[in-house]
Design a protein around this ligand. Structure first.
Ligand code: NAD
Length: 443
């Protein structure tokens, strides 16, 4: 009896706490947006115009399960802002997603796409599901069901989804197939992140991680005398984290710690990322990596003696409670929203701390490559993997340069207060949205 009570108490506290954490991500995005608008000297009403989503779609997705019963899943698509172009952003499958998280992520996409100078607005989708509990057939049914539920609201010039946490090229292939069947013609440009064999580009799978590595190198060149031999720790060894680690090691850095949902590996002599990434069992559970010190603690990479930390799992990972133990002098955000603003302020107050390269800049490689894939699809044309990767590198470096210049300009202008690289990125992004709104007569 007592055990039952404790179990329910635990669940109540767990759900209450996770709700608070999710809501706060949306709240702090709002706060940073306000600051960016004020930094740029732009009208106050811009906050609500940008913050509030244009449209929120909530759908039910019934799926006939392998046991013969019908399960009903909850899905969302937040079409956040379309002033710069079609809505664009990933679809997340996760048991903890809420509409609040989805809205925060969609706002992040609006800002990211604006900052990257690509012709997209922002959006984000989600399904509340633990995909590890589904068979492949159930996963396919769910993915097709999501497309059927949203068919009328998406399209190559309307809303172009892509992969995010727990979704992948195979899922995009099912989705584009379902959309094409409903349309009665092939429509490759409605989803990006597709397999190379089905209108995708081979560089898309690693593009977010590649972009993270390119920016980590650019920042290490600017602040730390180069990337060669710098110690890197990666929290979250999924799509973004594993490829960021791979490209960083290719660029000469030493990856000393990685983690995923099950635990972590630490090796001060360096992890062989090429080996790690080649083994599906390591991607599934990093503790199966054959060398190094293993632990069930997923937060080990946050606290090791690294020069550069790449948080690449989920939001709200670097909190004020944890930040005291973070040793890295440079943080490059592979994930969306991993650093809570109060923690970020504490980091900047430290002597010798260089910067948090914010998500909307650091992890934009995925959406920039998605843009290239979309352009390919609209013209039924292909760039080679190398051409696409080089285009991505040039765009990422150009965006880094623009943010660095804006950061310096805004810091000089506001010498009495802390201006973070995130503030500068948000300010640049908001300025472009504001100009477009003005030209379109919306403000
Ligand atoms: P993924 O599902 O491939 O990887 C997520 C990884 O994080 C997994 O290895 C998982 O085990 C790990 N993880 C989850 N909880 C953890 C915890 N508490 N401690 C340690 N590890 C944990 O997802 P992804 O596509 O790599 O996305 C990761 C982040 O990057 C998300 O915030 C996503 O929104 C963002 N992002 C992804 C892309 C993309 O192209 N996939 C683009 C931009 C941003």
């Amino acid at each position: 009896m007592n055990t039952e009570i404790y179990k329910y108490l635990f669940l109540i506290i767990y759900y209450w706490k996770s709700d608070v954490a999710m809501a706060s991500y949306l709240q702090w995005m709002s706060q940073v947006l306000k600051e960016a608008i004020s930094l740029g000297g732009l009208p106050e009403e811009l906050h609500d115009l940008i913050f509030k989503p244009e449209r929120v779609i909530s759908v039910k997705i019934p799926v006939k399960m392998d046991n013969g019963k019908v399960a009903v899943f909850e899905g969302y698509r937040v079409q956040h802002n379309s002033v710069l172009g079609p809505y664009k952003g990933g679809i997340r499958y996760h048991p903890d997603v809420t509409l609040d998280t989805d809205m925060a992520l969609a706002l992040g996409m609006t800002l990211k796409n604006s900052l990257a100078n690509i012709p997209y607005g922002g959006g984000k989708g989600a399904v509340k599901v633990d995909p590890t509990k589904l068979s492949s057939r159930e996963l396919e049914e769910l993915s097709r069901g999501y497309v059927r539920a949203l068919y009328k609201f998406i399209g190559p010039e309307v809303d172009i989804p892509a992969p995010d946490v727990n979704t992948n090229p195979q899922i995009m292939a099912w989705m584009v197939d379902e959309y094409s069947k409903l349309s009665g013609r092939n429509v490759p440009a409605v989803f990006t992140g597709k397999p190379p064999e089905l209108w995708g580009n081979p560089a898309r799978i690693y593009s977010t991680g590649f972009g993270v590595a390119i920016l980590a190198k650019a920042a290490a060149d600017a602040f730390m005398g180069g990337i060669e031999g710098k110690k890197v720790a990666v929290h979250g060894f999924g799509n973004v984290g594993s490829y960021a680690a791979y490209w960083l090691s290719k660029l000469g850095a030493k990856v000393i710690a990685i983690s995923n949902i099950y635990g972590s590996v630490y090796d001060p002599n360096g992890i062989d990322v090429e080996l790690a990434i080649s083994k599906p069992e390591v991607i599934k559970d990093v503790r199966t990596y054959p060398k190094g010190q293993k632990s069930n603690d997923t937060d080990v990479p946050l606290f090791v003696d690294a020069d550069i930390l790449v948080p690449a799992s989920l939001e709200n990972v670097i909190t004020p409670e944890k930040v005291e133990r973070v040793k890295a002098k440079l943080i490059v955000e592979g994930a969306n929203g991993p650093t809570v603003p109060e923690a970020e302020k504490l980091l900047y107050s430290r002597k010798g701390f260089h910067a948090v390269i914010p998500d909307i800049l650091a992890n934009s490689g995925g959406v920039v490559m998605s843009y290239l894939e979309w352009v390919q699809n609209l013209y039924w044309f292909n760039w080679s993997e190398e051409e696409a990767r080089e285009k991505l590198r040039i765009i990422m470096m150009d965006n880094f340069k623009r943010v660095m210049e804006a950061w310096k300009r805004l810091s000089d202008k506001n010498a009495d207060k802390l201006v973070t690289m995130r503030d500068a990125s948000f300010a640049l992004s908001v300025e472009r949205i504001y100009k477009a709104m003005k030209l379109r007569g919306q403000i």
